[in-house]
Design a protein around this ligand. Sequence first.
Ligand code: GLN
Length: 193
Amino acid sequence: MKIGILALQGAFREHRKVIESLGHTAVEVRKPEQLEGVDGIIIPGGESTTIGKLMIDYSLLEPIRHMAQAGTPIFGTCAGMVLLAKDIKGSDQPRLGLMDVSVVRNGFGRQVDSFEEDINIDALGEKPFRAVFIRAPYIESISPQVGILAQLDRDRVVLARQGNLLACAFHPELTDDKRIHKYFLQMVKESKE
Ligand code: GLN
């Protein structure tokens, strides 16, 4: 399968390595033409205000939004989660605005810039997932069409899926555990069938 990785800013190289290590083709996307023929798209972590602005400057916001609406699976991590959300608390920054969730940016406070935590993700099996959070957002409210895959507590959802959209608050590309990428690739495979 061919996965497009938005490569305007942020942790796109790490995602590329994971996709290639799983035997698939990864294409770095900086121009609309590079979206041609991709089966799924990853929006990496980084700075969501910068990525959103660059998506407009590089004419990528509309094409990716249309592909998502037509069913192409999209996987957003960290800043990518922010860009997927319809509502971003206290911000009118540019976004794809596809998921019926409200996110809080830098949701864990300034004191806690980054931390790691073992979290349970039932959809991935019994083994906990070591999640690396870096100035991470969380999903604060969620509509019934969105499925919760992992949460830190009742009020903070950190992995969620709505149809062909997958949003992750942490950085699965920074650990050796590839289960979330595999989960996304399974979504891509199913969307092709
Ligand atoms: N705090 C960043 C934002 O809101 C996200 C951080 C990250 O992607 N690691 O854009």
